[in-house]
Design a protein around this ligand. Sequence first.
Ligand code: CA
Length: 231
Amino acid sequence: MCKILIVEDEASLAQGLEFNLAEEGYTVAIAKDGKEALELYNENDYDLIILDIMLPYIDGFEIAKSIREKSPLLPILMLTARSGVNDRVRGLELGADDYLSKPFHLEELLARIRNMLKRKQWYREISDEQPVFHFGENEINFADLSAKTPSSDFQLTNREALVMRYLIDHRDAIVSRKELLENVWHVSSEVETRTVDNFIARLRKYFEPDPSQPRFIISVRSAGYMFTVPD
Ligand code: CA
């Protein structure tokens, strides 16, 4: 049974969500402010967090940041005001996996939650099977998100790891930007395809000996990208 933490200071919204999520079979806890959210997070294991931004004591951005430091793979769904485009961008940058603008439809929320949990399950299964992946002189540990290249040791972000995992999983096949958006971001309409390109550029900078002549993450003209390991 999946455990979900709702961080929301509007009591009626929090209770409505709790009721509906419990109906779906999830175990639910509510934190009514930022302090309580971090306390509950530190004492329990959750499978997913629904996180409002405007909260008493500690706001949703700060909470997302501290959760990300300890739990890079815990799915976070942010709730934002409809007009808050900057909030969405900032939320995604700080490590939220997805966002939903208030007011939202319950069905939409449930669909997002199902997708996020499915993706978490997918990631865990393949990462248990093969946690460490080598290509060229690079190494990625998908269990703790650490990476090694000839020039440095560093941590991948949650989303960087998911993009690499997805590409590696579809090795030698063309992966379109749309496919990456749908499967890694789960936000098809509002995030632009340029976001994917920026991510790929960053990953190439990490792993390609010469990022201007990629050997591993290859561009396929007007189709997308392909991960391959040359002989
Ligand atoms: Ca609020």
